[in-house]
Design a protein around this ligand. Structure first.
Ligand SMILES: C[S@@+](CC[C@H](N)C(=O)[O-])C[C@H]1O[C@@H](n2cnc3c(N)ncnc32)[C@H](O)[C@@H]1O
Length: 343
């Protein structure tokens, strides 16, 4: 007979592994909830499975089991009378609430989920799992599938809204007069930066179809070719991590060419820890990059090397968010005139 401690340990190991192996269930339960807008349908009052099925146009029998799955994961509460209510995590599946994770959930359950089937072939023979599954790169796929592109941008928007507050708290943008947000998506971060530094003039730069209806001054283009020239600061938030070293250096060189001599280049990125367990969120994001793109998260030393290869010098690393490992990495042209522009 195993003693109590051995039994507890093996139960924990077994149940932990079983739960991890069932991760595919959780991803898809959340995805279905987000697609069907179940949380929005439950926002005003708890409902039975039949009422919800009627409201969202779903099969009542299947939906009830999905709702029970979400209750088992404590995303929903199952009330004694059989109705379902939103638990605190479920609230975050609502569209547009502060901290909403509906966008990231849709991207994970739809766009990212299928790509994971390419991980084993990738582990055996190299290559990007997404490309192995879809026969094209992630951004080419987004160009060909506008509805998926919208989901991806919604996910980016939700994340950058969460991160923007942390970035403007951590870094003072007021000394700059002009800033270009390179690969700035829909401009969530740039909007927050301009709010924190009202004197600053900002330009959003991204692929033409992304910036088409941006509510900020915007330029569409390709950051491998050219970005708007002469600004004091070039902000690249979660851009470099999408690319392998050669492409990352190419993007940084484009920015370096465009920068004023006194300019600053600011990377907003999760910095990888030395030991994975010290920053699991950054390690998970590294796996997103591995699966979808030829990208990677990097350590501070790896960022310094990339910047150096692009003719830039890493001068400061400022922690912005401990829970995700997000940092602002400041670089400048070696030997550039000081002090800070605008002063
Ligand atoms: C991971 S998203 C980051 C978005 C935003 N900076 C943020 O922090 O949420 C990367 C961005 O790079 C843009 N992008 C990809 N390839 C590009 C290219 N060749 N030229 C310009 N932008 C590009 C994408 O459209 C996307 O908005």
């Amino acid at each position: 007979m195993p003693d109590a401690y051995t039994k507890l340990r093996s139960d924990t190991a077994e149940s932990r592994l079983a739960r991890l192996a069932d991760g595919f269930l959780a991803t898809q339960l959340l995805y279905v909830a987000a697609e069907l807008r179940l949380a929005d349908a439950l926002a005003d009052q708890p409902r039975t499975a039949a009422e919800l099925a009627e409201k969202v146009g779903a099969d009542p029998g299947v939906l009830r089991r999905v709702l029970r799955g979400l209750a088992a994961e404590q995303v929903l509460d199952e009330l004694p009378d059989g109705r379902f209510a939103l638990a605190p995590s479920g609230e975050l599946l609502r569209e547009g609430v502060p901290g909403s994770l509906r966008g990231p959930v849709l991207a994970r359950g739809g766009l990212y989920y299928g790509a994971m089937a390419g991980l084993l072939p990738s582990a055996l023979g190299g290559g990007t799992p997404f490309d192995l599954v879809h026969g094209m790169t992630f951004f080419a796929y987004l160009d060909a599938h506008p509805e998926r592109s919208a989901t991806f941008q919604a996910s980016m928007t939700a994340r950058s809204a969460r991160e923007a507050a942390a970035v403007v708290d951590a870094y003072d943008f007021r000394p700059f007069r002009t800033i270009v947000d390179v690969g700035g998506g829909k401009g969530g971060l740039l909007g927050a930066v301009l709010e924190a530094a009202p004197e600053l003039a900002g330009v959003l730069f991204d692929r033409p179809e992304v910036v088409r209806d941006a509510g900020l001054p915007a330029v569409g283009g390709d950051f491998f070719v050219e970005v708007p020239a002469g600004a004091d600061a070039y902000l690249l938030s979660r851009v470099i991590h999408d690319w392998d070293d050669a492409d990352a250096v190419a993007i940084l060189r484009t920015c370096r060419r465009a920068m004023a001599a006194w300019g600053r280049l600011l990377l907003v990125e999760a910095v990888l820890p030395d030991r994975a367990a010290d920053q699991p969120a950054a390690v998970r994001m590294d796996l997103h990059m591995l699966t979808l793109l030829r990208g990677r998260e990097r350590t501070t030393g790896e960022f310094a090397d990339l910047l150096d290869a692009a003719g830039l010098e890493l001068t400061d690393v400022i922690a912005a968010d401990k829970s995700t490992g997000l940092h602002v990495l400041e670089a400048r042209c070696p030997g550039a005139a000081l002090p800070t522009p605008g002063h």
